[in-house]
Design a protein around this ligand. Structure first.
Ligand SMILES: *Cc1c(COP(=O)(O)O)cnc(C)c1O
Length: 449
C-alpha cells in the first residue's frame, strides 16, 4: 500500500531481511564508534539509507516501522514530496546570504505564517534560529530584556535543550547535566501537575500543583523578580506528562497578573503533533512567547521564537540573530510543511492516530499490570511501566520492551525522568496498517516479558 503523502516509491511495509542491526549496519556502527565520541548515543543502531511515510529503510535493506519521527521532527513524513520539491528548487537558486545581511522573502513568509497560526490574535513578531535550544535561549533573552527582570521559572520534568542555559532549565541530571556544571544563575524549579504521580491524587493535582508552584514563586523568588515562566504544554523528554487540566491556564493567569512573560516551549508538541496545531490550544492558553522547532521544517534545521510584538520589538537592532538562523533551504521546507499540514489535514490525521493508539494501549493496560499509565494526545502518546500494583518505575522492563520492539523492526523511543516511559511519535502520514502492526509488535513485546 503506497501513501500519497509519504515517499511514494518506498513500499509502506515492515520487511526484515537480516537480524537487527544487520551486517552492514554493524560495520558502520564500528566506524561510528571509532570516529564519534560515545556521548553521542544511539537508540537503535541501524544506519538509514531512505525513509518516508511510516518506514525507515536501512543499509541492509530492512524496512522498519517508524514510531519516532526523528524525535517528533518528520511530522509530515520523511523526504515529504512538498518539502523535497521546494528545497530542491531553492538549493539551485541560492543556499545562504545571511538574513541579517541581505534578506529574502521565504524568511518573512515563514514569520507571517507563524504570526497567523500560533495561539492568540494579538499582534505578533517572529524571528528564526536553528535549534530548539536556541529558540528557548532567545525567548529568555527577550523576556529579560523586555521586563528588566532576571529570574526564570521552570518545572519538574522539564526539558529545554543542551546548551548552558537550556540544560540549566532542564530538570534531569543524567544524562543532560551530570558533570556539566556550573549552571546558569537565576533559574528556579517548581512543581508540575503530574497526574499519575501526584501525592494528593489526580483529581486534586491541578489545583494543588498550581498553588505550590505559585507559592514557591511568591515566597522564594518574588513574582516581581521573574522575567519568564518557561513550560512545555506536554513534557517531552520528561515522559509525555500532560499537566492536569486547569494547571496551564492557572499558571498563565498568574503570569498575566504579575507581568511575567509566559513562554510555551512547543518544540516537541508543535505542528499538529498533539491533534491541535499547537498543544496550548487544547485549553485555550495564549502564551506571550511560543518557541517552536522540531516539526517546523520536515527535518531541516529551523526554529522560531514567536511572541507579542510589544515584547519582541523592545530589543535593540542587532540584539537578536545568528549566521544561519532562517536558512533559505529550511524556510522553504517550513513553507512546505505548513502547506502539508493544511492540505493533508494533518491535525485531523494526528487525532485519528490517537483514536487508534489510545484504545489499543488502554486494552494492553487491562491485560498487562506493568502498564501503570496511558496518556497523551493525538500522535504524542506514551505508556509508563511500573512494578505491578505500584507506581514504582521499571526502567529495566522499559528498556527491554524497547529492545524487543527494535529486534522486530519497530522503532520505539523511551523517555521519562525515571526512564520508564515508552513514547510513540509516528509520522502523521503513517498508514493505518503500519500503526496497527507496530501496536501488535508492542503488545507481543510486553506480553513476552
Ligand atoms: C528537543 C527539545 C528542545 C531542544 O531542541 P534542540 O533542537 O535539540 O536544541 C527544547 N525543548 C523541547 C521541549 C524539546 O523537545
Amino acid at each position: 500500500m503506497s501513501n500519497p503523502q509519504g515517499s511514494p516509491s518506498l513500499p509502506q511495509e515492515r520487511r526484515l531481511v537480516t537480524e537487527i542491526p544487520g551486517p552492514k549496519s554493524k560495520e558502520l556502527l564500528a566506524r561510528k564508534q571509532s570516529a564519534v565520541p560515545p556521548g553521542i548515543g544511539t537508540t537503535l543502531p541501524v544506519f538509514v539509507t531512505r525513509a518516508g511515510g511510516g518506514v525507515l529503510v536501512d543499509a541492509d535493506g530492512n524496512s522498519l516501522i517508524d514510531f519516532g519521527s526523528g524525535i517528533a521532527v518528520t511530522n509530515v513524513g520523511n523526504a515529504a514530496p512538498r518539502v523535497v520539491e521546494r528545497v530542491q528548487k531553492q538549493v539551485a537558486d541560492f543556499t545562504h546570504t545571511c538574513f541579517m545581511v541581505t534578506p529574502y522573502e521565504s524568511y518573512v513568509a515563514v514569520c507571517e505564517q507563524l504570526n497567523r497560526l500560533t495561539p492568540g490574535d494579538h499582534e505578533k513578531r517572529t524571528f528564526l534560529v536553528n535549534t530548539g535550544a536556541e529558540a528557548v535561549e532567545n525567548a529568555v533573552k527577550v523576556a529579560r530584556h523586555a521586563t528588566g527582570r532576571q529570574a526564570v521559572v521552570v518545572f519538574d520534568h522539564g526539558y529545554h535543550g543542551r546548551t548552558l542555559l537550556t540544560m540549566t532549565l532542564t530538570a534531569k541530571n543524567m544524562p543532560y547535566k551530570h558533570r556539566f556544571g556550573p549552571f546558569a544563575p537565576e533559574v528556579y524549579r517548581v512543581p508540575l501537575a503530574y497526574p499519575f504521580r501526584w501525592p494528593g491524587g489526580r483529581e486534586n493535582c491541578a489545583a494543588e500543583a498550581a498553588a505550590q508552584a505559585i507559592d514557591a514563586i511568591n515566597k522564594q523568588i518574588g513574582a516581581e523578580n521573574v522575567a519568564a515562566v518557561v513550560i512545555e504544554p506536554i513534557s517531552g523528554e520528561g515522559g509525555f506528562i500532560e499537566p492536569a487540566k486547569g494547571f496551564l491556564p492557572r499558571i498563565a493567569e498568574f503570569c498575566r497578573e504579575n507581568g511575567i512573560v509566559f513562554v510555551a516551549d512547543e518544540v516537541q508538541t508543535g505542528f499538529a503533533r498533539t491533534g491541535d496545531l499547537f498543544a496550548c490550544e487544547d485549553e485555550g492558553v495564549v502564551p506571550d512567547i511560543i518557541c517552536t522547532a522540531k516539526g517546523i521544517a520536515g527535518g531541516l534545521p529551523l526554529a522560531a521564537v514567536t511572541g507579542r510584538a510589544d515584547l519582541l520589538d523592545k530589543v535593540h537592532v542587532g540584539g537578536l540573530g545568528g549566521t544561519y538562523g532562517g536558512n533559505p533551504l529550511a524556510c522553504e521546507a517550513a513553507l512546505a510543511v505548513l502547506e502539508s499540514i493544511e492540505e493533508d489535514r494533518l491535525v485531523e490525521r494526528a487525532r485519528h492516530i490517537g483514536d487508534i493508539m489510545l484504545p489499543r494501549l488502554h486494552d494492553m493496560a487491562e491485560r498487562y499490570d506493568i502498564i501503570g499509565d496511558v496518556r497523551g494526545r493525538g500522535a504524542m502518546i506514551a505508556i509508563e511501566l511500573v512494578r505491578p500494583g505500584t507506581t514504582e518505575p521499571d526502567p529495566a522492563a522499559t528498556a527491554e520492551v524497547a529492545k524487543r520492539c527494535h529486534a522486530e523492526g519497530l522503532l520505539a523511543l523511551t523517555a521519562g525522568t525515571y526512564g520508564n516511559v515508552l513514547r510513540f511519535l509516528p509520522p502523521l502520514v503513517i498508514p493505518d496498517h503500519l500503526l496497527e502492526e507496530g501496536l501488535n509488535i508492542l503488545d507481543k513485546a510486553i506480553g513476552s516479558l
